[in-house]
Design a binder for this molecule. Structure first.
Ligand code: NAP
Length: 495
């Protein structure tokens, strides 16, 4: 049977690309299964989508924010109704196991309910004036036309972090989803349409990074680019936007670490590390790819870790019993294998995994065995570079201070965690770990949407997503002075 063809959504219409071409979205658990065909769009389609967003902007900005919030609340309601179908399609298009894709949809639901309420807040400030009979306040204004460029590892959650706050704040949006996962965003946009979002307020254009992403971020009418993806592409976004004086927010890579102290509950720590390292097949920006273990418990911890790693079941994520799905595509699978070779060459000791997995119905998928290296030195490439796959490095440390120093010796700064029973050590870690997120006695993954999300150093450019922080990204402040004295009062000027 021919694969279904999905279209762009521009100005409230589902349209084919001007190129007349489509590209395949395949199931990474079985590359013979084509999930759908999507529009291979061009700069012309981008131009049309931005024009639609520009036309829709004045009316959407004028729509009272509580009304905008109500539409988004309805979107959250329909995400709830469609949760299982969305999760199944997401597993088919990117491979992560069904429990996790349900979680991905749940994150979008949480974001919808939480942010819809912002329509009735969008809090500003009132402050006293230095002059009599003068009123001072700040109010939030939309930025304008927002371009959202999103990755494939959270096909619905990450788009929801961008679209929902941007829309509630009165912006109009053009989204370009990752080419590995356009289906989830396609479903999301359809639900937005059904919930009553007016034409042009949200537009979807699928296609490649260069063919669609670049003309989108370069378009003169786009006021802001909200990007999540690799540090390499993020740096390009920054260069393009800086040249054109556009705003941009970047959420990029990570090289996250868990510290395991000598007083930790080791079984709990092993569970946390397994979940952080091999959940989503290691393809989370917050994935744990380094575990830094106090030398007093190193041997015991490593033995428990290897035993537990070997119990993980690989396979098609639609099967509820599977723990680890495939990597998203062949390129990612090869990249992981390259890093395994690099680790061996660097002198790290391979304890388990380190090869493709093709048995038990996995022949046609991009599977890779959960891999653990021991005797990893902090400066090795496998301990410094983002692998984005199921490869974990075990590193020894002498003390808390030494462990913190190793965690911080990274060009990234997204997530960190510490397992300890000592409250003093926990608070020292909170103070000194240079990451945007720190967990105590939990894994590096599992952020909740009511708190800011993002990282320091090479992970971001100072912006945060989610929580109230998202509004800072998607609004401009306007300061308002109302003088009701009836005379010209001059601030700072002495009579
Ligand atoms: P990516 O290759 O940088 O792609 C991200 C998005 O940018 C995709 O939509 C991609 O389109 C597009 N793109 C690629 N080249 C472009 C260009 N020259 N101009 C404009 N757009 C371009 O990243 P990815 O492989 O999808 O995602 C994995 C990365 O994302 C990892 O580094 C991970 O750590 C990071 N990530 C970070 C966070 C966070 O919040 N910090 C969250 C999730 C993921 P195509 O798909 O068509 O190539």
């Amino acid at each position: 049977m021919a694969a279904k063809i999905f279209k762009n959504y521009i100005g409230g219409e589902w349209k084919a690309s001007s190129s007349g071409e489509t590209f395949k979205n395949i199931n990474p658990a079985n590359k013979k299964e084509v999930v759908g065909r999507f529009q291979q769009s061009t700069a012309r389609d981008v131009k049309e989508a931005v024009a639609a967003a520009a036309e829709a902007f004045p009316a959407w900005k004028k729509t009272p924010a509580p009304k905008r919030g109500e539409i988004l609340f309805r979107v959250a309601e329909s995400l709830v109704k469609n949760k299982e179908k969305l999760a199944q399609d997401m597993t088919r298009e990117m491979g992560k196991v069904i429990k996790e894709t349900r979680g991905d949809v749940q994150e979008a639901i949480d974001m919808g309910y939480y942010t819809a309420g912002e329509g009735r807040r969008l809090l500003g400030e009132t402050v006293p004036s230095e002059l009599n009979e003068k009123f001072c306040m700040s109010v939030r204004m939309p930025v304008g036309i927002v371009a959202a460029i999103t990755p494939w590892n959270f096909p619905l959650a990450i788009p929801s972090w961008k679209l929902i706050p941007a829309l509630v704040a009165g912006n109009t949006v053009v989204i370009k989803p990752a080419s590995d996962t356009p289906l989830s965003v396609h479903h999301f946009v359809r639900l937005m349409e059904e919930a009553g979002l007016p034409p042009g307020v949200l537009n979807l254009v699928t296609g490649s990074g260069r063919g669609v992403g670049t003309p989108l971020m370069d378009h003169a009418k786009v006021n802001m680019v909200s990007f999540t993806g690799s540090t390499e592409t993020g740096s390009l976004v920054a260069q393009h936007c800086a040249k054109r004086m556009k705003q941009y927010s970047l959420e990029m890579g990570g090289k996250n670490a868990i510290l395991v102290m000598d007083d930790a509950d080791l079984n709990l720590a092993v569970e946390g590390v397994i979940w952080g390292a091999f959940g989503t097949t290691g393809q989370r920006c917050t994935a744990c790819s380094r575990v830094i273990v106090h030398k007093k418990v190193l041997k015991k911890f490593t033995n428990l870790l290897i035993k537990r790693t070997k119990t993980l079941k690989l396979g098609n994520g639609l099967n509820e019993k599977i723990d680890v799905g495939p990597l998203v595509n062949e390129g990612q699978q090869q990249k992981v294998h390259e890093y395994v070779k690099i680790g061996k060459e660097e002198g790290a000791r391979l304890l388990t995994g380190g090869s493709y997995h093709r048995s038990g119905g996995c022949r046609d998928g991009f599977f890779y065995k959960p891999t653990v290296f021991a005797d990893v030195a902090p400066k090795m490439r496998i301990a410094q570079e983002e692998i984005f796959g199921p490869v974990l490095s075990v590193i020894a440390c002498r003390s808390l201070d030494h462990g913190i120093q190793i965690v911080n010796d990274s060009s990234y700064g997204l997530s960190s965690a510490i397992f300890t029973q000592d409250v003093n050590r926990a608070f020292q870690a909170i103070e000194h770990l240079d990451t945007g997120i720190t967990y105590i006695n939990a894994s590096t993954i599992g952020a909740e949407i009511q708190l800011p999300f993002g990282g320091t150093k090479g992970t971001g450019n100072g912006h945060r997503e989610a929580g109230t922080a998202a509004l800072e990204t998607f609004t401009e402040w306007k300061s308002v002075y109302v003088d009701y004295s009836g005379k010209l009062q001059k601030a700072q000027i002495e009579d």
